[in-house]
Ligand binder design. Structure first.
Ligand code: PA5
Length: 447
């Protein structure tokens, strides 16, 4: 079943004629993307990934996943940004909500922990405690191979691995996903003989979930990476071939651009399933890093509902009218819980007896969509057919393609991230990294 993009609830904000008027510009942006004539065109390898990927490496990923499943209680996934969020989004979307704490036997795959996505000593220390007495392996992921956060975590946990197993065995438990030829991590991997996987040159971090970056940790969790690729391939076909009026990715790009022109500068992605939290985080990075530049862009925000209806719901309903909302709806819940009738209706919930919890959730969602629409928040909806790898593959590709089109519509290069460098320069200077002496003096005076 296909993913659906539904913008019918924007009727009070956007006339159908406006969608028609955007057609030429959207198709133009799509052409710039697919003909590779725009800025950042050396980072478009992701467009064909679902049908044109390294099959040998794909098999190696599956084999490595089997080895990790066989010899490890825990897999540590070390990476940040695009080298982190896709895998986490997929694993949380596709796995048991309490994956890591399921009793032994109920989960045949290793516990999976993410680290190197912050510089928190407490987090690292606490994770070391979790590893006590457990067999573990490490997947270190860094395209550049030089990013500080994962490099620090890798130092710590590599050391722990060596102390536990000795260097030779430790090296067999380290899987490096990085550039095919350059960078500190690549050099180390070659020197130490780590099994290595490639982040292709023409795929940027935030578009890399369907490479080894995402696929190895996802495969270790037991999810079906063939289905993930198939879903992405189906969405690719639709994105490339469907006419504008029936093309979810193109319509999404069109509608959000129209809304931006009407002053809606914030897009809130709203989910009604906790397991979608990291899909929203992945989406935030994809759109934030791709569009937020040259003093332009839509600020990507996210809420988990109904949880945040009891906090951020007030602002969305009634605060400054700066936003539109994009609901991610899983059409078919994988779990059915029917509410029972109680003899004494003390809590007044008997009127729901016989209904499913998902019916209540969907009713909350539909009620909220209408309330927010009445509160002048235009509502878009992405309908995810079911909570499985095929649907997730579609979702990833839909958002990636729409992001490329949307960035070109906005007039920015969606595939670079010059702004990310500024904090790094300051951090290196303050840390005393050689070569940053002058910047250090200047910064210290300002602190
Ligand atoms: O999308 C991006 O390019 C970034 O978010 C990177 O993925 C992130 O900075 C991590 O970079 P690297 O994989 O080089 O460690």
């Amino acid at each position: 079943r296909e993913l659906v993009f539904d913008y019918s609830k924007t009727a009070g904000f956007i006339r159908e004629e406006e969608i028609v008027n955007m057609k030429k510009a959207v198709l133009g942006a799509k052409e710039v993307l697919t003909e590779k004539t725009g800025a950042g065109n050396d980072f478009l390898g992701w467009i064909d990934l679902p049908v044109d990927y390294d099959k040998d490496e794909f098999d190696r990923i599956k084999k490595a996943a089997e080895k990790i499943k066989g010899d490890s209680d825990v897999l540590l996934v070390i990476g940040i940004g695009g080298s982190y969020l896709g895998a986490r989004a997929a694993i949380e979307f596709l796995s048991h909500s309490f994956y890591n704490v399921l009793p032994k036997g109920e989960r045949k795959t290793p516990e999976i922990y993410f680290v190197g996505n912050s510089i928190s000593s407490k987090y690292i220390k606490d994770l070391q405690d979790v590893l006590e007495g457990k067999d573990f392996s490490i997947n270190i992921i860094s395209k550049s191979g030089t990013t500080t956060e994962p490099a620090i975590a890798f130092r710590v946990f590599k050391d722990m691995l060596i102390k536990k197993y000795g260097r030779e065995e430790a090296n067999k438990r380290i899987y490096a996903t990085t550039d095919k030829a350059k960078g500190a991590l690549k050099n180390l991997a070659t020197e130490e003989g780590y099994e290595s996987f490639v982040v292709p040159d023409d795929v940027g971090g935030r578009f890399s979930v369907l490479t080894a970056v995402g696929l190895l940790p996802i495969a270790v969790s037991g999810a079906d990476i063939d289905q993930l690729m198939e879903g992405a391939a189906a969405a690719r076909k639709t994105a490339l071939e469907a006419e504008y009026e029936k093309n979810p990715a193109l319509l999404y790009a069109a509608v959000r651009n129209i809304l931006l022109r009407k002053g809606k500068q914030v897009e809130i992605v709203a989910n009604y399933e906790p397991s979608l939290h990291y899909v929203s985080e992945w989406w935030k990075q994809l759109y934030g890093e791709s569009e937020g530049k040259d003093q332009r862009g839509i600020f990507p925000a996210a809420v988990d509902l109904t949880t945040d209806l009891h906090s951020m719901g007030q602002f969305i309903q009634d605060g400054a009218r700066i936003m539109f909302e994009t609901v991610l709806s899983v059409e078919e819940s994988p779990a059915e819980i029917v509410l029972q009738k109680e003899d004494v209706d003390t809590d007044g919930m008997n009127y729901l007896a016989g209904q499913t919890v998902d019916f209540v959730n969907k009713s909350a969602m539909n009620g909220t969509i209408l309330a927010h629409t009445d509160g002048n928040v235009p509502n878009l909806m992405v309908k995810i057919p079911s909570q499985d790898a095929y649907s997730l593959g579609q979702l990833f590709y839909f958002f990636e393609f729409a992001c490329g089109v949307s960035g070109y519509l906005l007039g920015v290069n969606p595939f670079n991230q010059p702004g990310v460098e500024s904090y790094k320069k300051n951090m290196f200077a303050l840390l005393g990294k050689p070569g940053y002496e002058e910047a250090r003096e200047a910064l210290l005076k300002r602190l």
